[in-house]
Design a protein around this ligand. Sequence first.
Ligand code: CP
Length: 323
Amino acid sequence: MALLKTKNFISANDVTDINALVAKALGYKSDPFKDKTMGAGKRIGCLFLNPSMRTRLSTQIAAQNLGMEPIVFNVGAEGWQLEFEEEAIMSGSTSEHVKDAAPIMGKYFDILAIRTFPSLANKEDDYSELYVNQFIRYSGIPVLSLETATLHPLQSLTDVITIKETFKENRKPKVVLTWAPHVKPLPQCVANSFSQWMNAWGEVDFVITHPEDYELDPGFSGNATITHHQDEALKDADYVYVKNWSTYTDYAKIYNNDPSWMLTLDKLSATNNAKVMHCLPVRRNVELSDEVLDSPHSIVTQEAGNRIWAAQAVLSEMLGQLT
Ligand code: CP
């Protein structure tokens, strides 16, 4: 059975069976080269409109494990500045319209992978996923999200894989997403995406804790229990996922930077010896304390390592759908 509903991978909604996709990823973790000729003769273009370390490297490794040729283009740093608005009069800073650039990508590549952060200036454009949708519309080839304005699906699939492989008890784990302080306004996409995948997976008791006015889009937080009291949320948690995000309702503001929201070993004493997760990069001693990151609670390196297997499982499914 195909594990993707469409030829694109943009959100949890594109997956038919999350557990099967996780099993496929863990299969690649135990035998990375078992499909090493599957992508022979196929090329993936990895377009980065924004910085990356883990996503860039893990996607290239995953593609190579499947025999594909990955080509990375740092559009944001090295390419022409792209215009995304329809009927734009391009007399400003943008040099090339996505309507002209994307079809060329469709000639060069078999799959197009894209990282496009939100503007954090225009909520409507960001939450309509204008940038990635324009690439889907005009490239004519399957599109893989490497993080878009509102979601980071390969990170979230990785997070499900990491919980699945580390939780050995015969019950639902309690998973807490906690807001953390930061020095600048960050997108909501990792928190949105983690919430979307936890809700879609359905095999955890999911709690979100954040200061007042940091509510996520309810379309993503869904059925989660939401509390402004971090200490209540952490009680008996099996996993604590730490992430900052800026405000959603009054878009992209910092209303609160209270350092008391940073996770410490003392706070973790109320948990069920919780494992601590973060997508990385992390600002030490702002978002997460040294004492937690350097303790046995932290599984952030294992989590980042699993990015390869998530990407490989998804790419394998996308290759399987190429005609
Ligand atoms: N977590 C993550 O996406 O890391 P990078 O931004 O380094 O790719």
